[in-house]
Ligand binder design. Structure first.
Ligand code: TPP
Ligand code: MG
Length: 616
C-alpha cells in the first residue's frame, strides 16, 4: 500500500503556511507488529485456578495488552505485591524472567526493547525493589528505550499512612521517566494505552506504573460511559480490535507503536533545499532516531548520491554499514579527535536523528547544523537555522530527491580520514601484549556479521564503540545515555533469550562484571549460551586514568583480581583465562556454534591497559 505525503513548511513568517514541497513516497505503517518475526513462546501451562488471571482483572488486562503488543517476556524480580501479575502474565503465555537484582531486570527490558524495537517490560515489588529498579529505568529513559516499568505497592487501604517499605513511587520515578502513573482499576485500560503510547512515542523512553497489591485482582475498566476507560467507552470498536472479552473486561485497543509517521515538517526561514544544495563538504551525523526509523537504506542512498561521509553515534551503530566507503567513524569513542576534526572542518552537518544525550565531549565546533530528527531541536546544544522534523528516512529521501551537483567528497578522501582514525585507535598498541583493541578485533573476527554485541561502561566501551565493526541495525547495544555500569551482562542475556538464533557476545570491564557476575548463574539456568569477554585490568580504568591526568594517585580505582574461570565454573558456565591473542582466538573459536545446549562462557582476558593511556 502506498500513500503520498507532502512536506509541510512551517516558517516563522508563515505559521499556517503549508507550502507544498515535493511529495515523499511513503509506506503505510501499521503498528509494525505484523511484520516482526514471531517470538517463540514458552508454554507456561494454564493456571485456571489463579484468581488473578481471571478475565477482566487489572492483572489480566495488562498481561493481555503486553501479549497483544507482541511481548513474550517480562523481566521481573518477585515480591509479594506483584504475585498476582506474575500469575496473570504466565497464564497469558508471557515468560517472567528473573535476574539476581532489580537493576538487571531493568537493563534486560532495555536490551529487549533495543533489539526488537518493541517495548520492554520490567517489574519490581514495592520499596527496596522499586529503589533498586531505579537505575535501570533511568538508563532506559536516557537511552531512549521504550520500557514499561511496573512496581507493586502496599494495599491501597494502607498506602496513604503506612511507612514500612513504602516509598512514593510517583515522586521517585518522575525525574527518570517520561511518565510515572498509578494503574488503578477504574481507569486501567486508558492508563495502559497511555503508558504504551508514551513509552514508544518519539523520543521513546521509560514509563513507570505503580500498582497497589489489591488492584491486580479488581475488575478493570469500570469507568462511566463516555470516559473512554472501559467496555462502555470502547464498545463501538471493541469487537474489531485486538483480543476482546465480552465477558472478560475491556478489549485491547493497541495504540500505534511506531516511531514516526512518514511525513516531514520544515521549520525556519528561507529554503532549506537551497542551503543543502550550496553546502560544501557536508557531513552526516546519524543517531539513534535514524536507527529507530529504519533509515539505513535512505542514509546509504543519500551518502552515495551526494558523496557525503556518515559519522554515527554509538547507539546508532549498525544503521550505516561500517565497511561502506562513506563510513566516517563513531562519535566520541576512541580516536574522537579525528572524528571531531572532520565535523569541525565540514561546511554543514546534517544531524540525522542524532541525540545530544550521547555527547561525551561538549559541542564546541562552529560548523552550521541542519537538524533532521523526529523531534524539533529542543535541546539547543547546537544552533540550527532549519529543522526538518518527521520520519528520518522520509526526510533523507526528500533531500535525496532534491539533491543536485557533483559528489561533495571523493571516496578516497573518506578512506584517508578512516586511515587517520585507525591510526588513532591503534596508538599505544604494543606488540606481544594483549591490547584492548586486539580483544575487540579478535572478538569481531570470531563473531559472524549478525552477532549481537553488548558493552558495559568504561575504557573498554570507548574502545569497542569505535573498533567493533557493526553491519546491522539493532546488533550493537552500547549504553550511552545514562552510561550506567552493569548493563553489558544482563543485556546480553536478554538479547540471547529474544534472539536465540544469533550469537551474543558481551564486552565488559572487570569492574562492571564484578557488579553483575552472578547474573551468569541465571544465564546458565535459563540455558542461554552468551559469551562474556571481561577486559581484566584490575582497574576501574576510565576513572583511574582521570585521576592520573589530574595528578592524583589511584584512589579506590584499583580492584582486586578474581579467578573468573573458577567463578564461571561455579555458576555452571564455562570459564577460561587468556593472556594473549592466540589464547583469545582459541577461546572464541566456534562462537558461531554456541547454540542451545552450550553453557554460557566467561573469558577473562588479561589485558595490558597501557594502550588506553596513550589514547584517552
Ligand atoms: C553504576 C556506575 N557507577 C560508576 C560509574 C562511573 N564509572 C564510569 S567508567 C568506570 C570504570 C569502569 O571500570 P571497568 O568496568 O573495570 O571498565 P574499564 O574502565 O576498566 O574498562 C566508572 C567507575 C558509572 N558509569 N556507573
Ligand atoms: Mg577494568
Amino acid at each position: 500500500m502506498g500513500m503520498d505525503v507532502q512536506a509541510r513548511l512551517v516558517t516563522p513568517g508563515d505559521p499556517a503556511g503549508r507550502k507544498p514541497g515535493a511529495s515523499v513516497a511513503t509506506r503505510f505503517i501499521p503498528n509494525g507488529l505484523w511484520c516482526l518475526p514471531q517470538v517463540s513462546c514458552v508454554d507456561n501451562g494454564v493456571m485456571s485456578q489463579d484468581s488473578s488471571a481471571a478475565d477482566g482483572s487489572v492483572a489480566e488486562l495488562l498481561a493481555r495488552y503486553l501479549h497483544d503488543a507482541g511481548l513474550r517476556h517480562v523481566f521481573g524480580y518477585p515480591g509479594e505485591s506483584v504475585i498476582d501479575f506474575m500469575a496473570a502474565a504466565r497464564h497469558r503465555g508471557i515468560e517472567v524472567v528473573s535476574a539476581v537484582r532489580e537493576t538487571s531486570v531493568a537493563f534486560m527490558a532495555e536490551a529487549a526493547a533495543l533489539v526488537t524495537g518493541r517495548p520492554g517490560v520490567c517489574m519490581s515489588t514495592l520499596g527496596p525493589g522499586s529503589t533498586a529498579l531505579l537505575n535501570g529505568v533511568a538508563g532506559a529513559n536516557l537511552d531512549r528505550a521504550p520500557v514499561l516499568a511496573i512496581s507493586g505497592q502496599i494495599e491501597s487501604s494502607r498506602e496513604q499512612f503506612f511507612t514500612h517499605q513504602v516509598i512514593d513511587h510517583g515522586r521517585m520515578f518522575a525525574p527518570v521517566t517520561k511518565l510515572a502513573l498509578r494503574l488503578e482499576a477504574v481507569s486501567a485500560e486508558v492508563v495502559i494505552r497511555r503508558a504504551l503510547r508514551t513509552a514508544t512515542a518519539e523520543r521513546p523512553g521509560a514509563v513507570h506504573l505503580t500498582v497497589t497489591t489489591d488492584t491486580w485482582a479488581r475488575p478493570a475498566g469500570v469507568a462511566p460511559a463516555g470516559a473512554g476507560t472501559g467496555p462502555a467507552g470502547a464498545a463501538g470498536s471493541a469487537a474489531a480490535a485486538g483480543s476482546a472479552g465480552a465477558a472478560g473486561g475491556p478489549a485491547v485497543l493497541l495504540p500505534p507503536l511506531t516511531p514516526a509517521a512518514e511525513s516531514l515538517d520544515v521549520y525556519g526561514g528561507g529554503d532549506p533545499l537551497r542551503v543543502l544544495r550550496a553546502a560544501r563538504r557536508p557531513v552526516i551525523l546519524a543517531g539513534p532516531a535514524a536507527l529507530r526509523c529504519g533509515a539505513g537504506p535512505e542514509l546509504v542512498r543519500l551518502a552515495e548520491l551526494a558523496g557525503i561521509p556518515v559519522v554515527v553515534s554509538p547507539m546508532a551503530k549498525g544503521v550505516f554499514p561500517e565497511d561502506h566507503p562513506y563510513f566516517a567513524g563513531v562519535l566520541d569513542m576512541t580516536g574522537r579527535r579525528v572524528v571531531w576534526d572532520l565535523l569541525a572542518g565540514a561546511g554543514l552537518i546534517l544531524t540525522a536523528g542524532f541525540d545530544p544525550v550521547e555527547l561525551i565531549s561538549p559541542w564546541s565546533i562552529a560548523t552550521p547544523v541542519m537538524h533532521l530528527d523526529t523531534t524539533p531541536n529542543t535541546d539547543q546544544v547546537y544552533p540550527s537555522e532549519h529543522e526538518l522534523v518527521g520520519h528520518v528516512g522520509a526526510i533523507l529521501g526528500w533531500i535525496a530527491a532534491h539533491w543536485s551537483g557533483e559528489p561533495r567528497w571523493a571516496p578516497a578522501e573518506v578512506a584517508a580520514h578512516r586511515a587517520r582514525l585507525r591510526e588513532a585507535w591503534l596508538a599505544g598498541r604494543a606488540d606481544g601484549r594483549l591490547n584492548p583493541s586486539d580483544v575487540v578485533t579478535i572478538a569481531r573476527e570470531a563473531a559472524p556479521p549478525d552477532a549481537i554485541m553488548t558493552t558495559d561502561v568504561g575504557s573498554h566501551k570507548i574502545m569497542a564503540g569505535q573498533v567493533w565493526q557493526a553491519s546491522e541495525p539493532r546488533s550493537v547495544l552500547i549504553p550511552n545515555g545514562l552510561s550506567a555500569m552493569g548493563f553489558g551482562v544482563p543485556a546480553a542475556i536478554a538479547a540471547k533469550l529474544i534472539r536465540p538464533d544469533r550469537p551474543v557476545i558481551a564486552l565488559v570491564g572487570d569492574g562492571g562484571f564484578a557488579m553483575t557476575a552472578t547474573e551468569m548463574r541465571i544465564a546458565a539456568a535459563l540455558g542461554v549460551p552468551v559469551t562474556v569477554v571481561v577486559f581484566a585490568d584490575n582497574s576501574l580504568n576510565r576513572i583511574e586514568l582521570r585521576q592520573q591526568a589530574m595528578g592524583y594517585p589511584p584512589t579506590s580505582t584499583r580492584i582486586p583480581g578474581t579467578d573468573l574461570a573458577a567463578l564461571a565454573e561455579a555458576m555452571d558456565c564455562d570459564g577460561v583465562r587468556v593472556e594473549d591473542a592466540a589464547g583469545l582466538e582459541k577461546a572464541l573459536a566456534g562462537l558461531d556454534d554456541r547454540s542451545a545446549g552450550s553453557r554460557p562462557l566467561v573469558i577473562e582476558a588479561r589485558i595490558d591497559p597501557a594502550q588506553y593511556e596513550a589514547q584517552f
